[in-house]
Write a protein that binds this ligand. Structure first.
Ligand SMILES: *Cc1c(COP(=O)(O)O)cnc(C)c1O
Length: 399
């Protein structure tokens, strides 16, 4: 049975619920939830097996459908995002694809923000068209273009805010109104902000997706994905997921559930370190522009303050001297990691134009603010003085 400790925690704050939501203890009275590495579950009688399959009673049947560890992880995410129900997936992309494949039909049209995670972009441009589902991209800030691009068959708005790596924001309140006015499904990839900093459901999103691989795990160990939202949408997605099998492993669910216990404190520190670094970079003579949502110089500073609790863990900047300077900068960092990932305890520097966004054309990159000199920093939890020292010495060395 999927049972949660029956305590009334509805009055507690999110950070408390992320720690205190826990599956029932076993007879051994463990304090920390164990890992349920089991593919299937036992029926106590023929009648119980029948009732479970008929969905007349709640309970676990097979770990492709549900498992106590994934249930605990989902329960915490539902609570963190103010949602009604949720589903866990093996990866963030499985969650993205699972939502699109379950909720869209042949002939449907999707309106999406132009700046999307690379694989999501490929699903929209190369995979969904094979099934007659089309997509139009619109620029984040240009609200008139969104309304003009809505067609008779438009069914979904798909957005990422802040975007990767441009850090462009979309006004969630406005997106919620647009979806309401045109009867669309609002689907938000909230990976960058995390449920600690931003809750799109409060603005009317039907569902919210996360790559749990990033800040939710937060330590660069496992892949995972999760979708939470309105019960009705989750039921449609559950049917699809149950039959097609993109399930999260119980072990990864156990790690991710444990990680949620520290999400709030980690995010506070990520944001604090990122703010300090952004302030230094903002005034640095070797940098053309530095971007961070909570920097007063950020073009959408007021919007960031309206819909985010803090600015997040990502800082981007354009070095003077374009591609070659950026490459020299990457080769000059001493202890920070050069990688394409983000949301780790370890600070990671990335050159998006030659790695994560190399498959886009030069024009497509420019349209979403990815210039040859752009560097993305996923600011980690090291002492910020060390992070700043490594980045500033690399800026000097790469001159
Ligand atoms: C990483 C990422 C994904 C994909 O997640 P995986 O866990 O790598 O499959 C989707 N959206 C955003 C914004 C991401 O950063």
């Amino acid at each position: 049975m999927v049972e949660f400790i029956q305590r009334d925690n509805s009055m507690q704050k999110k950070e408390t619920r992320a720690i205190r939501t826990q599956i029932d203890n076993s007879l051994l009275h463990e304090h920390s939830a164990p890992v349920f590495l089991t593919s299937s579950f036992v029926f106590e009688s023929a009648e119980e097996g029948r009732a479970l399959f008929a969905e007349e009673m709640a309970g676990n049947i097979y770990s492709r459908f549900s498992n106590p560890n994934t249930s605990e992880f989902i329960d915490k995410m539902v609570s963190y995002e103010n949602a009604e129900a949720g589903l866990a997936y093996a990866t963030g992309m499985a969650a993205v694809f699972g939502s699109l494949a379950a909720l869209l039909n042949k002939g449907d049209h999707v309106l999406a923000s132009r700046s999307l995670f690379g694989s999501t972009h490929h699903i929209f441009t190369k995979i969904l068209p094979r099934w007659g589902i089309t997509c139009t991209y619109v620029d984040a800030g240009k609200s008139e273009e969104w309304e003009a691009a809505i067609k008779k068959n438009t069914r979904m708005l798909f957005i990422e805010t802040p975007s990767n790596p441009g850090l462009d924001l979309i006004d969630l309140e406005w997106a919620g109104m647009l979806k309401e006015k045109h009867g669309l499904i609002l689907n938000v990839d909230n990976t960058f902000a995390t449920p600690y900093l931003q809750n799109p459901i409060d603005y009317g999103a039907d569902l919210v997706i996360h790559s749990a691989t990033k800040y939710i795990d937060g330590q660069g160990r496992v892949l995972g994905g999760v979708a939470v939202g309105k019960k009705e949408r989750m039921d449609e997605m559950r049917f699809f997921a149950r039959q097609t099998g993109p399930s999260l492993s119980p072990f990864n669910a156990w790690l991710l559930s444990k990680s949620l216990e520290t999400l709030a404190v980690r995010m506070e520190k990520h944001c604090q370190n990122a703010t300090e670094l952004a302030n230094i970079l903002d005034k640095h003579p070797e940098i053309e522009t530095a971007k961070y949502p909570f920097l007063p110089s950020f073009p959408q500073y007021d919007l960031a303050r309206k819909q985010m609790r803090a600015g997040g863990g990502l800082v981007t900047f354009n070095v003077k001297g374009g591609y070659h300077r950026a490459a020299r900068f990457i080769d000059s960092v001493k202890f920070l990691t050069v990688s394409a990932n983000l949301g780790d305890t370890r600070t990671i520097v990335t050159h998006p134009a030659s790695t994560t966004h190399s498959k886009l054309t030069e024009e497509e990159r420019a349209a979403v603010g990815i210039f040859p000199g752009l560097i993305r920093v996923s600011v980690g939890l090291e002492n910020v003085e060390d992070i700043i020292a490594d980045i500033t010495q690399a800026l000097e060395l790469s001159k």
